[in-house]
Structure formats: structure tokens, C-alpha cells
Design a protein around this ligand. Structure first.
Ligand SMILES: Nc1ncnc2c1ncn2[C@@H]1O[C@H](COP(=O)(O)OP(=O)(O)OP(=O)(O)O)[C@@H](O)[C@H]1O
Ligand SMILES: [Mg+2]
Length: 283
């Protein structure tokens, strides 16, 4: 059974000039153990579609979908308390803007432990131990000391890793990672991607990876959705997409990125993979 199924999702925001349609009829589904990448230019509605699934858009937003189900349960029909139980536990999201997503008034330790207290009912000692374990997993040095820090005492990349720790704290069955490595330097990027993929492997969770980086797609995804101006342009398994991109926008996306990095055109997916493997570069 699919973990998440969305049919014909539309999201509209009210603006001074009327309703603006940020997501226009997107359908997707993710199974356990699968990595689905969503790519597309800035403003194409990638984040908004996932925030709609999580129920995190402002109340004035107009959201409609023919179907929005998590493990066969209609998400839209859930009572608010039920939906809150689902979110953060079974279905978690690493947000694109880590600093804005952490509460400046509380230490990172408190924020991680709150998730563990609410969703897992862990006692004080267990929470502390699990929080330290999580910060170690995401590669933050001196985790015990870190727990006492406030978000403003940390860099963007460090906050990003705290966000990741919070998202994976309750072993979600579906993890939505919205540009999870954008704020990080290359060595940490690799470490975080490896962590997400190994977690996914170990736990069999589904993973939705929103990214601009076709190197990340090549390394992690099973299937790819290409979104453009709120619409799904194309969906394919990752090898087919790299070998024969159907939509002109996908071709542009693929050809533009390697050329920028290397100055020469990569014609096949094997060229692309070879480049990624030999140089470690992400075209
Ligand atoms: N709360 C909001 N009110 C009005 N418009 C919004 C709101 N949130 C997002 N939008 C608009 O919806 C569109 C889609 O935004 P979204 O953040 O989903 O893009 P994205 O594909 O995630 O882009 P990026 O790659 O830059 O993260 C954009 O035009 C954005 O300005
Ligand atoms: Mg976004």
C-alpha cells in the first residue's frame, strides 16, 4: 500500500489581485522504502504542496484535493488532534528554512526533547539520551553541550542539522526533506544525504526529497517528479529521466547543470554517473 497518495492537489493563496494558484492539480504517491524526488525551479510550488499535506499553510489558503491519504486514511477528514498526532511522528518534514522553523526562545535540547515527550512519551533521562544520540547521528560535535544552546548561537548549517534530528526523532514512516542540504557545506551535505539514505534503508521509511540538485537526485532517488509553475510536467524513474527526459523543461534542467560545472555537455546518464563518481562533484 502507498504511504502517501495525493490526487489532483490545488493550492491557492489570496492576493491583492485575486486568488493565486501556487499548486495546480499535482498528483503523486510514495511507497514505503521509496525515494521520490521533486525537482523544479524556484516558485514552482514544491514546498507549498508538501506544506499543504502537512496542514501547515495559513488558514486562509484554499486547498483542494480529490484524494489525500496517509496509509489509506483520509488526511483532510482527520480531526485536528488526530492530524497533529500524525504530523511530526508518522509523517515528518525537514523544513527549507531551518532558522525560521526553530523557536528562538528555547534551547535546541528542549525542542528536540519536546518532540520525544509529546510523541513518544519518553521520560526525562531517556529523552536526554535519545537527543544526544540524534545530534551525534546528524554529525554535531559535542552534542551534550549543544543541547543547552539556543538557535541564535548556532550557524545555519548547525540549525539545519538540529531540524533533521527533530524530524527523524520519532522514526517517521514518511520523511519529507525540503532542500535538506542547501545550507550545508559539501562534506556535511554528503554526510547528511548518506544519513538520510541509510535511515531510509534501515527503517524502510518513504522519503520525499525536494531539491534543485540533479546530483542529489542521481544519488538518492528512485523516481522523480518535475514540477513547473505549480504543475507536474513529468514523472519517471530516475534512470529513464536522465536518459530520455520527456519535457523540454526537464531537458533544460539536465543539460544546464552539467554544462555549468564542467564546460562540456554530458550526453548519457553513464557520463553523468561517471563524473559524479570520479570527481565527487555534483554537476
Ligand atoms: N503564504 C503564501 N502566500 C502567498 N503566496 C505564497 C505563500 N507561500 C508561497 N507562496 C507562493 O507560492 C508559489 C510557490 O512557492 P513554493 O515555496 O512552493 O516554491 P518552491 O518550488 O518551493 O520554490 P523554492 O525552490 O524557491 O523553494 C510562489 O510563487 C510563492 O511566492
Ligand atoms: Mg521551496
Amino acid at each position: 500500500m502507498a504511504l502517501l497518495t495525493i490526487d489532483n492537489l490545488t493550492v491557492e493563496f489570496q492576493t491583492a489581485n485575486g486568488w493565486f494558484r501556487a499548486v495546480d492539480g499535482v498528483s503523486l504517491s510514495v511507497k514505503a522504502g521509496e525515494v521520490l524526488a521533486i525537482v523544479g525551479e524556484s516558485g514552482s510550488g514544491k514546498s507549498v504542496s508538501m506544506l499543504a499535506v502537512m496542514g501547515l499553510l495559513p488558514a486562509s489558503t484554499r486547498i483542494s484535493a480529490d484524494r489525500m491519504e496517509f496509509e489509506g486514511r483520509d488526511i483532510q477528514a482527520l480531526a485536528p488532534a488526530e492530524r497533529r498526532k500524525l504530523i511530526g511522528k508518522d509523517m515528518a518534514m525537514i523544513f527549507q528554512e531551518p532558522i525560521a522553523s526553530l523557536n528562538p526562545c528555547f534551547t535546541v535540547g528542549f525542542q528536540i526533547e519536546e518532540v520525544l515527550r509529546i510523541h513518544m512519551g519518553l521520560g526525562r533521562k531517556q529523552r536526554r539520551a535519545r537527543a544526544i544520540e540524534l545530534l551525534t547521528q546528524v554529525g554535531l560535535p559535542n552534542p551534550a553541550e549543544r543541547l543547552n544552546h539556543f538557535p541564535h548561537q548556532m550557524s545555519g548549517g548547525q540549525c539545519q542539522r538540529v531540524m533533521i534530528a527533530m524530524a527523524i526523532a520519532c522514526n517517521p514512516r514518511l520523511l519529507i526533506a525540503d532542500e535538506p542540504t542547501t545550507a550545508l557545506d559539501v562534506t556535511i551535505q554528503k554526510q547528511i544525504l548518506d544519513l538520510l539514505v541509510s535511515l531510509q534503508d534501515k527503517t524502510g521509511m518513504g522519503l520525499i526529497m525536494i531539491t534543485h540538485d540533479m546530483g542529489v537526485v542521481a544519488e538518492t532517488a528512485d523516481r522523480v517528479i518535475v514540477q513547473y509553475k505549480g504543475r507536474k510536467m513529468e514523472e519517471a524513474d530516475v534512470l529513464s529521466l536522465f536518459e530520455s527526459p520527456g519535457h523540454p523543461y526537464t531537458r533544460a534542467l539536465l543539460s544546464a547543470l552539467p554544462e555549468n560545472a564542467t564546460g562540456k555537455r554530458l550526453n548519457t546518464v553513464s557520463d553523468f554517473m561517471a563524473l559524479t563518481e570520479t570527481t565527487g562533484e555534483r554537476p
